[in-house]
Design a protein around this ligand. Sequence first.
Ligand code: ADP
Ligand code: MG
Ligand code: ZN
Length: 495
Amino acid sequence: MARYEPVIGLEVHVQLLTATKIFCGCANHFGSDPNTNICPVCIGLPGALPVLNAKAVEFAVKASLAINCQVRERSIFARKNYFYPDLPKGYQISQFDRPIAEHGWLDVPTADGSTKTGAPGDRSSSPGWKRIGITRLHMEEDAGKSIHDGFSDSATRSYLDLNRCGTPLAEIVSEPDLRSADEAFEYLTRLRENLLYAGVSDCNMEEGSLRCDANVSVRPKGQKEFGTRAEVKNVNSFKFVRAAIEYEIERQIEVIESGGKVIQETRLWNANEGRTYSMRSKEQAHDYRYFPEPDLPPLIVSPQFISETREKLPEMPEARRKRMVAEYEIGEKDAHTLAVSREFADRFEAAAKTARNPRRVANLLLSEIGGRLKALDLEPEESPISMAGIVEAADLLDQDKISSKQLKQLFDICFEKREDFGPVYEREKPEQITDSSAIEMMVDEVIAANPKQVEQYRAGKTTLAGFFVGQVMKASRGQANPALLNELVTKKLAG
Ligand code: ADP
Ligand code: MG
Ligand code: ZN
């Protein structure tokens, strides 16, 4: 392993979240009864003509901008010819030498210090980060699905569901810049995050709305030319992509070490066995005979449309995290947790804005709520305490109406009874001591116990009032009425 360097490039297909298909008005919907969302266009009946879906173009442009691609003003659809039972037309409308977007990139954290740096000041030029080039993003239509049923030798049947035919896809091809399975995993994670933030796809791998093919080769360290690559298909989770790449690296090194040659081929990942199998070699590989699609004019995307679309993009994950680190004074890791989904981060920030101290909301969410969720193995959406509940708790804490110990106890009850903070606080609200003579006694005790601080206070260090208030609050187990307490402390300290 130490003598070899892996080279990896990823091809990712994402289904775009349009209401209808890319070239016809059929519903773009996962899970309908088989062959119910089809028409002459998407099943390729003779004479039917495609009409490009404007929303699909908007989403493709959005996706391109979300991964820092340059959008081409004039792109060309092309026919990619091949036979497959779930491709009734005998060709797929795709883009070939003039895709809608090119020259993108994503920055990923890497264990290996090697960097392909961007401009100074870019994240990619800081240590531990690396810029992965994105060759292109092109638009195409998805094919249908074959479903194979029955495993006995006598009764194997295959069925065709053409609902998926004509689903709009963006194919995103990376440069061969990745050097480990972990880097590939990071790249995919960030790619998915950006697409989710942009709102162009649900990126649901189980439903096939995000699919990844991994191209893997190895070369002796120091060699300039790339080795021969194998393309691994059929991998349906990021963890499996990582495992498949790791397997493939080992396999290819073994082939070379034993005097053999890696052949260019397509391999299938078998998750049950944790290995890849050869599917077809280059000899059998397709010649797609691409040619410009005669039924569609060139696609023109105006600079104005591009800038309008850019305006519609939300703040992207990296930028958002950077701002959160500064705004809430939290670490990068915590910002990562808070910004993991756009929806969650939006809810958090909308709530935090209404609090007396937004940083406190962030801290409660990360420590008190996060800790409890983790202990119970719950997802953030499963928290019984709403964002409004956290804000309420944070404000009470901020005003010294409850102590942090009481807050912890109240949160415990919320999680135990699966109730929001509001009702739990109303019911369990710690009793307040409003009897001024009782508070006075406690103030006297604290003053008597801290002569040095009293002296300092009287010498002008008035900020020490907070110390006395805190001590008495502690002694009262958080139950002293804060207004009364403040008043008494100031009065007593004055002498
Ligand atoms: P194809 O369309 O035949 O799959 P491409 O040239 O478009 O071929 O490359 C597909 C992917 O393979 C890209 O992500 C690219 O970065 C990657 N790639 C190309 N050559 C190599 C190689 N030698 N090793 C690993 N990945 C490679
Ligand atoms: Mg390929
Ligand atoms: Zn249709």
